[in-house]
Design a protein around this ligand. Structure first.
Ligand SMILES: *Cc1c(COP(=O)(O)O)cnc(C)c1O
Length: 374
């Protein structure tokens, strides 16, 4: 057996084992792990420092999950946007392909809590159906392998999926969404990297929520993927009690860049049933973005998005304070230090030179009131 499969098999999946390792009363969580599976890999277990810390909260089941009875199972209405099984086609030019329901760890806040944990991988007939759909839909240029976690497929299965996708002429890029590098770094073998390399351009967006997740072994796993020519992005979920703090979030973004991973999305938590105790206010996310923008490398600032309930897709939200005013004359802007600047619109009628450009830029700030003169 491959080493990574042995490591995965050593994960905590039963309440008794959790009791032994972390001193949780198994009775408290027995009713939870029935509907919502648990798996905690050795890497993640070793990262837990104390009861209730940021890593613990993400993976240790809590009774509160099954009290959340009124919330929707599928708030993003992915099932409605599925033309063939395992495929979600919501945007014009890209689709999600769910290749398994298995994950290395079962995040307690998972958006696909209704699906994950069930055994099995995409069957050959199901892959054929998805490929047939994609072959017909020439507008699709980007396929995102998701699940579950696509990197839990065996090497031959991954190769079969990639090969089938690359037989579609109009398909440009293939992406993986995965939490494997951060929770089961042993899976990122040289053999896997060799397979992936043959099907470029391949991109991967990795799931990370807290700076403690970036252990030396995890950073090395990311490095192996980066060395294989895979551009790495990170997706982070804003979670109460885990990372709803500007300083922790800044540390996370810096650790990601050190691991050669570019922060891509910061998600406002979804409304999914069993996860609502993790939700924060929208202002919390906006404050975090404001605390990063301008204060640290632009590379460290993800897009803050809300995946709209009802299937509207991801909608970006920015602190509204940056653009104070915009009209045909120009924009009044506020920078990260709360100073105000003016950017004049181009004057294509050439009725006037652009007298204000140099003046305002070199003067630095100017007040919004002064704009009336332009
Ligand atoms: C997130 C998502 C995508 C990819 O969106 P990008 O903004 O291109 O990263 C595609 N399809 C669905 C259904 C998604 O949820």
């Amino acid at each position: 057996m491959d080493n990574w499969k042995k490591v995965l098999a050593q994960s905590i999946t039963k309440p008794e084992d959790l009791a032994k390792q972390l001193g949780v009363d198994p009775k408290e969580i027995e009713d939870v792990v029935g509907p919502y599976r648990m798996r905690i890999t050795p890497t993640v277990l070793a990262t837990i420092k104390k009861k209730g810390d940021a890593i613990w909260k993400q993976v240790v089941p809590e009774a509160i999950e099954i009290d959340d009875i009124d919330a929707p199972d599928d708030p993003l209405e992915e099932d409605t946007d599925s033309p063939v099984p395992h495929l979600v086609h919501r945007y014009p030019d890209r689709v999600l392909l769910m290749v398994t329901n298995q994950c290395p760890i079962y995040c307690r806040f998972c958006t696909r809590k209704r699906l994950v944990g069930k055994p099995g991988f995409l069957k050959k007939g199901e892959l054929d159906l998805a490929i047939a759909y994609l072959r017909e839909h020439t507008e699709v240029r980007d396929v995102i392998l998701s699940g579950g976690d696509p990197l839990l497929l065996t090497d031959p299965m991954i190769e079969r999926v990639l090969k089938a996708l690359r037989s579609i002429p109009h398909l440009e890029i293939i992406r993986f969404g995965s939490r494997v590098p951060g929770s089961l770094p042993e899976r990122i073998t040289p053999e896997l990297c060799e397979i992936v390399k043959k099907y470029h351009p391949i991109y991967m967006n990795l799931h990370f929520n807290h700076p403690d997740e970036l252990t030396p072994a995890v950073k090395e796993a990311c490095g192996r993927l980066a060395d294989a020519g895979v551009p790495l992005g990170a997706q982070t979920v804003l979670l109460k009690g885990v990372n709803d703090d500007p300083e922790i979030m800044k540390q996370l973004m810096h650790q990601l860049l050190l691991a050669r991973v570019k922060p891509y999305y910061l998600y406002q938590a979804d409304l999914t049933k069993g996860t609502n105790h993790f939700r924060t206010t929208v202002e919390t996310g906006l404050k975090i973005i404001q605390s990063l923008q301008g204060h640290t490398s632009g590379m460290a600032v993800p897009h803050f998005v809300i995946d709209a309930p009802g299937g509207g897709g991801k909608i970006p939200i920015l602190p509204s304070d940056y653009l104070l005013h915009l009209d045909e004359k120009g924009a009044v802007l506020k920078n990260y230090e709360n100073k105000t600047y003016h950017y004049p619109q181009p004057d294509h009628d050439a009725k006037r030179e652009l007298p204000m450009v140099g003046a305002h830029l070199s003067n630095g700030s100017c007040s919004a009131g002064a704009m009336d003169d332009l």
